[in-house]
Design a protein around this ligand. Structure first.
Ligand SMILES: [Zn+2]
Ligand SMILES: [Zn+2]
Length: 236
């Protein structure tokens, strides 16, 4: 079980079904220390609520709540659907390649796409599920770039839990992070409440992986990572 989950979806995402309060209360009940809600950006019809970012404060005591978004890559130039005016409110920004991007373009194209994302969007903290087989990526090149920008690559529990990954590909992702000393973030990618905080499906991949490279190995390191990235969220 994760102490801090960086990747969760409410019904503000088209694919989500739970409320913010359901997730926060469940996190507290599970004994978690923090949770980031990261609904999809507008390109996947995610609801972007100024009230959430501007006014909502977590009412659950003893739990850190982080405001975030799982943005979508928009094109090969690496533009993403992160609303610029909301950047200062963001505690954590995730980005992934999703179904708005055409499949079958080949590994080189998707790798370049993500390298461009990192180069042009300093607010990006985590690249989600780079082991998605529909969008193959050169993990070594991506890990090198992520390290350069201080961003993390995600090991996504839902992809493994729901058997939507190829274990050999996921192993290659973890190996590249270890080899390049790139940060790794474990995320549940929770859509259904029982998935909150889960990391059991990816733990087998982390047996020999250095704990120091896992940004949310413990609550303390998760909070430090988020704090260390705050400068990248200044309005620009
Ligand atoms: Zn995603
Ligand atoms: Zn997600």
């Amino acid at each position: 079980m994760l102490e801090v989950d960086f990747h969760t979806h409410t019904h503000f995402s088209h694919c989500g079904i739970h409320s913010h309060l359901e997730i926060l209360n469940q996190a507290k009940a599970l004994g978690m220390k923090g949770v980031a809600v990261t609904d999809h950006g507008p390109a996947l019809k995610g609801r972007v609520s100024p009230t959430l970012f501007d006014r909502f404060q977590c009412p659950v005591k003893g739990l850190r709540f982080f405001k975030g978004m799982e943005c979508n890559v928009l094109n090969e130039q690496g533009e993403i659907d992160l609303p610029q005016h909301l950047i200062p409110y963001m505690d954590i920004v995730l980005v992934g390649i999703h179904f708005n991007i055409q499949e079958g373009l080949g590994q080189e194209a998707y790798t370049q796409m993500l390298l461009n994302v990192l180069a042009r969007n300093p607010a990006v903290d985590v690249i989600t599920h780079p082991n998605d087989e529909k969008y193959p990526v050169d993990f070594v090149a991506l890990a090198k770039a992520a390290k350069q920008y201080g961003a993390a690559l995600e090991l996504n529990n839902s992809k493994s839990l729901l058997k939507r990954d190829d274990p050999a590909v996921t192993r290659a992702l973890v190996k590249a992070c270890q080899q390049e000393e790139c940060l790794l973030a474990v995320g549940s990618d929770m859509h259904a409440i029982q998935e909150l905080g889960l990391d059991e499906a990816v733990q087998p991949y982390l047996k020999d992986f250095p704990q120091a490279l896992i940004v949310n190995a413990k609550a303390e390191t998760a909070f430090q990572f988020i704090a260390s990235r705050k400068n990248n969220k200044e309005h620009r």
